[in-house]
Design a binder for this molecule. Structure first.
Ligand code: DGY
Length: 324
């Protein structure tokens, strides 16, 4: 029996590509060229599987253009808003993601964003590298104190919970809002807010961990930002689209917010031009899962799914359904 053919839309870590090539007839992408929809449809000719990644545009049109041979799309990401799962279902194409394996790495980056924003890390490193540091001064680069403050978490799934665990080590008080209240063992004393808007007044820091869905698009808008206490810090390591960029930039400029720590951007890699000049924005290029261990684990998890379905005709362990 010939091995099923799988097209990889991106260049993946070497160990991931080695396993892909060992178990499938793999069409790799060594130059990491970005496919557009017609290009992907051509590349997928004769393929049963597509291994894609966050940022690939697999909307309804791209999925409709895929050849009839394609039976499964495995995304190398936990977020899957870039894949139109409903359009895939109409074509009978299964879609899987990679939950769990990037929880710790992403929670680490959430804390980096929180601390980097609060403690003015961007201004400090910039001053140093510009040879503009003239020495320690009693009033230099005073930031927002973190220990003991209130952290509100929007979306208390795995990554939200892992971020809360880290924040507890900073003796932060945890508030959260989630579609369902967690069991006490997972809640660990955090205060639940059934209404996320009602949580905002209790957030010295707000960390976003909600997926991007039609309901969360631009959720953090001007009206909700005004509910945060003056001097609050906003952190986003989930998806940029959950934030209204114009409103966040205005709140950072006016001083209503002290700072923001952002790892994700609406329309990335083209972020809103207003962010570039903001000294109080600590910005990272979507690095939440970027450790070798995590990227390997994501790739292996995506392959677990492709192998289950395409090699063993079994149900992929991480099937996803359209967001509600
Ligand atoms: C994901 O998996 O959704 C991340 O954003 C990629 O790091």
């Amino acid at each position: 029996m010939p091995k099923p053919r799988v097209v990889a839309t991106r260049k993946f870590p070497a160990d991931v590509e080695a396993r892909l090539a060992a178990n499938f007839d793999a069409l790799l992408n060594p130059d990491d060229r970005l496919y557009d929809a017609p290009g992907l449809a051509r590349a997928a000719a004769g393929c049963q599987g597509v291994l894609c990644a966050a940022g690939d545009a697999l909307g309804a049109q791209a999925i409709e253009a895929l050849p009839a041979s394609v039976r499964m799309i495995a995304t190398f990401s936990v977020g899957y808003e870039h894949v139109d799962v409903a359009a895939a279902a109409r074509r009978g194409i299964k879609v899987s993601n990679t939950p769990d394996v990037l929880t710790d790495a992403t929670a680490d980056i959430a804390m980096l964003c929180l601390l980097g924003a609060a403690r003015r890390a961007h201004e400090g490193t910039t001053m140093l590298r510009a040879h503009a540091w003239v020495g320690w001064a009693p009033t230099q680069l005073m930031g927002v104190h973190v220990t003991g403050k209130r952290l509100g978490i929007l979306g208390m799934g795995r990554i939200g919970q892992a971020t809360a665990d880290r924040a507890r080590a900073f003796r932060m008080t945890i508030h959260y809002s989630n579609r369902t209240r967690l069991a006490p063992a997972l809640e660990k004393g955090a205060t639940f807010h059934a209404d996320p808007e009602a949580m905002l007044a209790h957030c010295d820091f707000l960390s976003i961990h909600a997926p991007l869905t039609p309901a969360t698009r631009k959720w953090l808008n001007a009206a909700r930002l005004t509910r945060l206490p003056k001097g609050a810090v906003v952190v986003n390591t989930a998806r940029g689209g959950v934030v209204d960029d114009e409103a966040l930039i205005a709140a950072l400029k006016s001083g209503h917010l002290a700072a923001a720590g952002l790892d994700v951007f609406d329309g990335e890699p083209k972020l809103h031009a207003g962010y570039y000049g903001l000294e109080n924005a600590f910005l990272l290029p979507h690095m939440g899962s970027a450790t070798l261990e995590t990227r390997n684990a994501m790739g292996f998890r995506a392959l677990d799914n492709l192998e289950a379905f395409l090699l063993r005709n079994a149900t992929p362990p991480d099937l996803v359904s359209p967001p509600s």
